[in-house]
Design a protein around this ligand. Structure first.
Ligand code: AVJ
Length: 321
């Protein structure tokens, strides 16, 4: 009897790895090669992002933290008893503390993040520092929002989406996200939305191309991760970090630019990069108050407050459902 042909069967892939593989192969098959920014955030990527937030050039975290501290009382005035705070892309949950400090009778905190390590570490630290608080982490990305667990306290739901992470979404995706968050949070919800504002391009470019090269390492980490997790073979020396201001789309863009012709394999696909060709890895949209107003309104929210920091300016919008 003949043996069936022997296939090399790779270990079954978890759903996240399979989704990363699919997004990367699809993204590199486009005319403008691209990979969605959510794939930056493995454990190392989340660590590098936290390091970015401490850089002198990266003003958004500093400015937003100070603004939150200044305005926490106004932003939380209508939370009411037993409120449930749902944070999208919670990362290290550092800014959250400013809200938790302002609302001692919060019913529950629900952090949602795509990085399991960041999510669980943050939950552990928050539980340690807020012993009476119910903390219910949810692993996932904010493009596929699952309904909230149904045994949460019954107070008002408040969405919290700081850091201008909404700027990573295309305009139509941002509207869809805010609309589905509104459905998820239900009747009477509030939403605290952090956005970075349009400003001098030199300040923007410096924030995304720091002198210590941390943002460069963060950007390149997506290829490091593809090599490690997907068995891809990107030549890391052949790609360089680029940060460019795109005035037509009002966004900072990060790219990985091939410094010479190079080839990479992912799964059964072979990708050729011409010298100078780029992979678009992130867009960070920069807003005006009018842009935030339009975005919120299209998603069914109304803007109840808009707090602006000193320069370099960022803003916190308070939305009502
Ligand atoms: C976490 C998405 C808000 O867009 O500024 C930092 C990520 N990229 N430096 C941003 C990031 C490059 C950051 N967000």
């Amino acid at each position: 009897a003949e043996d069936a042909p022997r296939e090399r069967r790779p270990a079954p892939e978890d759903a996240q790895t399979a989704a990363f593989r699919r997004d990367l192969v699809q993204g590199l098959s486009r005319d403008q090669k691209a990979v969605p920014p959510k794939w930056f955030y493995d454990a190392e990527g989340s660590r590098l992002f936290e390091e970015i937030t401490t850089l002198p050039e990266y003003y958004p975290t500093r400015q937003e933290t100070a603004l939150l501290r200044d305005r926490a009382a106004a932003l939380t005035a209508d939370f009411g008893p037993d409120a449930v705070l749902v944070e999208f892309g919670s990362g290290a949950s550092e800014k959250t503390r400013l809200l938790l400090d302002a609302v001692p009778d919060l019913g529950a905190y629900v952090p949602l993040d795509i990085s399991e390590s960041a999510l669980l570490d943050a939950a552990t630290r928050i539980r340690a520092d807020y012993p009476g608080l119910r903390v219910q982490p949810v692993l996932g990305d904010f493009e596929h929002l699952a309904p909230l667990p149904d045994d949460l306290p019954q107070g008002r739901r408040i969405g919290f989406f700081p850091g201008s992470t909404i700027g990573n979404l295309e305009p139509d995706e941002a509207v869809r996200f805010l609309a589905s968050a509104r459905r998820m949070l239900g009747e009477g919800a509030l939403f605290i939305l952090g956005v970075d504002l349009v400003k001098d391009p030199a300040i923007l470019v410096a924030a995304y191309d720091d002198s210590q090269g941390v943002t460069s390492a963060f950007n390149l980490n997506v290829l490091v991760r593809a090599n490690a997790e997907l068995d891809a073979d990107f030549d890391l020396d052949a790609f360089a970090h680029r940060a460019v201001w795109n005035p037509d789309q009002s966004r900072m863009e990060m790219h990985l630019q091939a410094t010479r012709q190079t080839i990479a394999h992912v799964s059964d696909s072979r990708f050729n990069f011409m010298a100078g060709e780029t992979i678009h890895t992130e867009s960070s949209r920069k807003f005006t108050e009018a842009m935030v107003e339009a975005l919120a309104t299209q998603a069914g929210w109304s803007v109840a407050g808009f707090e602006i920091s000193p320069e370099p300016s960022v803003a916190l919008a308070l939305l009502r459902g």
